[in-house]
Design a protein around this ligand. Sequence first.
Ligand SMILES: [Zn+2]
Length: 421
Amino acid sequence: MTSSPQHKEHHGPLCGCNELSRLKLDFRAYGTRFRLFPQSPLLSDYQNPETVWLSIRPDEINPGPSDKRMYVADAVNKSHYEDPFLPPYRGQLHAPALAGSDGHFDHLEVGTHQFEAAHMYGTLRWVLDIWETYFERTIEWSFKDHYDRLELVPWLDWDNAHAGYGFIEMGFGLDDNGQKFPFNLNFDVLAHEFGHTLLYSVIGMPDDDNATAEFFAFHETCSDLVAIVSLLHFNTVLDHLLIESSGNLYARNELNRIGEESSTRQIRMASNDLKMRNVPDPGTPLEQLSNKQIHDMSLPLTGALFDLLVEVFQHNLVDDGLIDAQLDELSRGLVEHTGDELQVQALFDEYYAQNPDGFKKALVDARDYTGLLLSLSWEQLSWDLNFPQVVHSLFAADLKLSSGHYQQEIAEVFDWREIDY
Ligand SMILES: [Zn+2]
């Protein structure tokens, strides 16, 4: 494909985060442009979408958007899928999103059906690009025996969002004024739901009669991690996060407030201080638990994996001489609320000012390590997993990935959460 003048305009800082990555995540030479909101545009810091490049070429994307892996069905007045009502959707559709004359989708206007359809497609396609890079292979859909492609429904008049067999569909959340706000513009919700689709495709669909609560809790955790790791691919998020926190990621920040719908309410919280004693026992039979209890069961595991990402980042900072080991130690006290928050923050502010680029590189490395670690660990698991097997698969993945450089961090985060292995 020849490069248009617009192409050149977008070179430079826009994809800076992926220039720092050792992995092939920079698709500007041949890919297609979309504009995505890194966080809900209801948040004042994220009112402008960021341009991202998908790996797919303009000539491979059709109106909708659609391609050979997924397609938008922008349904009019559809109710949500529920067995036996399943894809494909055959009812009335809104006019599809069309590429601009240059083949890209970054010309669509915010506030239109077409922008929202392209936002949903662009987000899921990009998250797929990111995770197929980590997996180093094409992910085959779990539903491939029945459907060739994943169906995306951007809007339902429904206060929820879900991923099911062959589809992902989005409803709405309420903003601070009680107004409906479409989840199709919420990166975290989209990436979380896609996390479920990805996991079913990698570790398999559970056997209906034998699926455990532990399996569903694991699914919730890993879908959150898919959202967190993917979010860190936005250059604006990396910069904003580091500038706001000076790299003190244990403090409350946008990375651990995932699924944020407004500045004050969150759907989930990745940075929590829950231990296994605080949540339902993983061995509890599935039929005795509510969805909320299964979600609660996932929180120590989510917290452990979030802590691991931060620990790896701080380990990288110490390795690179960007912070000293004493600050690394002090900041850990914040997890148990025993540390001196102001002292820790002041030290981070001082160190970060000395080398902001070094901090960014360390965070990109921690992000990619986490993505690769999770991919390798999921390749070893099947749907009849339990938490100890999950932890063992992480130790094994780290041995393969870093020759065991982070074994101690893995042990510490799971010990602290009282997750046995
Ligand atoms: Zn979920």
